[in-house]
Write a protein that binds this ligand. Structure first.
Ligand SMILES: Cc1cc2nc3c(=O)[nH]c(=O)nc-3n(C[C@H](O)[C@H](O)[C@H](O)COP(=O)(O)OP(=O)(O)OC[C@H]3O[C@@H](n4cnc5c(N)ncnc54)[C@H](O)[C@@H]3O)c2cc1C
Length: 470
């Protein structure tokens, strides 16, 4: 480290992870009298990464995230620091109605246990098997387990196949037979370990909520409410970027990061920058290429984190004359239904105002770990696939009056079995080379909340390191 107060920090990637980390480090520096030379190197022509909003013809379309859940306090801490509280928008109450396409028909998903019991969405034996969860002994071995194996063991085959798989596809565009439970749903591992099962943990949580007079649930998520901003999620990255504008360098594709005389050197094509701190806030496959000279084994480990392709197809329709009236969160489509789309969000029913008055906006996700061939489809075919699926699932016959598509070739990190070992390898390198950090959706949480929480981890660690240099 330099022994004066001027620390040189290079952050690679200006997505939500890189921008929020940069903001927190600079906030810390300003409050504590540190002068930082802060550079955020971004390979693309603009900031934001996947967190970006496009507003055209009155339709608000999200490239990537359409919101974040209110179950992660650090996101609200960041929102507060940015003075964006008054811009927040909560999901409409109606959006607690969620649908599934099951047996060729649109069906309301039973959310509360009594509704689930009387719903015929699963055959009676499968519903009774879910109830048996209360009596299933907890797993004693601490081994990594797939999400599918956990669900079959505790809740039965029917629940795993017809309900959990589409839910997981809808959130992670993932395959439950490959995703690691402890990396994707660490809370479920904890619920089983600490309370003996999911029902037992929920009962304990309800009792605690009653005792402390807090809530234990809400619309748009089992325990949380979806939020966005009045002008979409891009408002968050735009506000961060505005506040960091002098530090962001666009069109700067980093090629490698080396170590020289106890410092880091970051290469962008033929130029290079010396740095005391390097924060790799780009996806792991990009970071893997950069750190080959620092550690080939860690480079190999993180290169193995698969990112599934996903496409977002937005279609706007006039409500008048339409056969369909979206009223709820949207519809999930199980793979067993033989339909290509993973599901459709009813955007302006979740967040009114995301479509012009009298119109509605559908946001369909196609691709994911089940369907990597999606990258071969051109945009026209994607629109036709979405339109055909809208017809089958929601009965929409009319042609969309507005169309937009956003493509993510390496879209969503898949925390498959063995993910924790890859992350541990990167964490060991962070310990061996203080000042180097790996962050972003590839590692400890694919959501916006996960990225922001990790930005706080780095900021806290950074404070300790900088403190030691004094
Ligand atoms: C379709 C879709 C829907 C989603 N929906 C939700 C949702 O509703 N809610 C939610 O919480 N999360 C959602 N997510 C996940 C969320 O979008 C991500 O967690 C988050 O945006 C990832 O942020 P990041 O900064 O880690 O990565 P990114 O946004 O990918 O940013 C990384 C940046 O690094 C840059 N970069 C790459 N290589 C280099 C290089 N060599 N040199 C310099 N820069 C480089 C990239 O250009 C990019 O700007 C969704 C994701 C997708 C794709």
């Amino acid at each position: 480290m330099t022994d004066n107060n001027q620390k040189r920090i290079v952050i690679i990637g200006a997505g939500i992870a890189g921008l929020s980390t940069a903001f927190l480090l600079r906030d810390f520096g300003r409050k504590n009298g540190f002068q930082f030379d802060l550079k955020i190197l971004e390979s693309a022509q603009r900031h934001g990464g996947a967190t970006r909003t496009d507003i055209s013809e009155g339709y608000l379309c999200e490239w990537g995230p359409n919101g974040f859940l209110d179950n992660e306090p650090t996101t609200f801490d960041l929102v507060k620091k940015l003075e964006l509280d008054s811009e927040l928008v909560k999901a409409n109450e109606n959006s607690n109605k969620r649908y599934i396409f099951h047996g060729g028909a649109l069906r309301k998903l039973p959310i509360a246990p009594p509704a689930f019991l009387v719903s015929d969405i699963l055959p009676l034996p499968s519903r009774l098997r879910v109830l048996m969860e209360f009596f299933i002994a907890k797993k004693t071995k601490n081994s990594d387990e797939t999400v599918d194996s956990f669900a079959r063991r505790r809740l039965g085959d029917g629940f795993a196949k017809y309900l959990l798989d589409p839910m997981v596809s809808g959130i992670f565009a993932g395959n439950t037979k490959e995703l690691s439970l402890k990396s994707v749903f660490p809370k479920m591992v904890e619920m089983e370990r600490e309370h003996g099962g999911l029902f037992k943990a929920m009962i304990a949580k309800k009792a605690a909520a009653k005792k402390y007079n807090t809530t234990s649930g809400g619309p748009s998520g089992p325990n949380a409410i979806l939020h966005t901003f009045k002008t979409g999620m891009g408002h968050l990255t735009d506000t961060l970027a505005d506040s960091l504008s002098g530090s962001i360098k666009l069109n700067q594709p980093v090629t490698s990061v080396n170590r020289e005389n106890g410092k880091f050197r970051v290469f962008v094509e033929k130029r290079s920058f010396e740095a005391d701190f390097v924060i790799l806030a780009c996806p792991s496959f990009a970071a893997a290429d950069m750190i080959k000279d620092i550690s080939n084994p860690v480079s190999d480990a993180i290169r193995g984190i698969y990112h599934a392709p996903v496409d977002v197809v937005c279609h706007g329709h006039h409500s008048s004359g339409s056969e369909f009236d979206p009223n709820g969160f949207g519809v999930l489509i199980p793979r067993s239904e033989g339909i290509r789309s993973l599901g459709t969000l009813w955007s302006n029913s979740i967040f009114p105002g995301q479509a012009p008055n009298g119109d509605f906006l559908l946001r369909t996700i196609i691709g994911g770990a089940h369907d990597p061939q999606i990258v071969e489809l051109n945009e026209d075919l994607l629109h036709r696939t979405a339109a055909q699926d809208h017809k089958l699932v929601m009965g929409i016959q009319s042609e969309a009056i507005f169309k937009q598509v956003f493509r993510h070739k390496k879209g969503i990190a898949q925390y498959n079995i063995g993910h924790s070992i890859k992350v541990a390898a990167s964490e060991q390198l962070e310990k061996d080379l203080p000042g180097l950090y790996f962050t972003g959706a590839s590692y400890r949480g694919v959501s916006v909340n996960g990225c922001i929480k990790d930005a706080f981890r780095i900021a806290n660690d950074f404070k300790k390191l900088v403190g030691k240099c004094q």
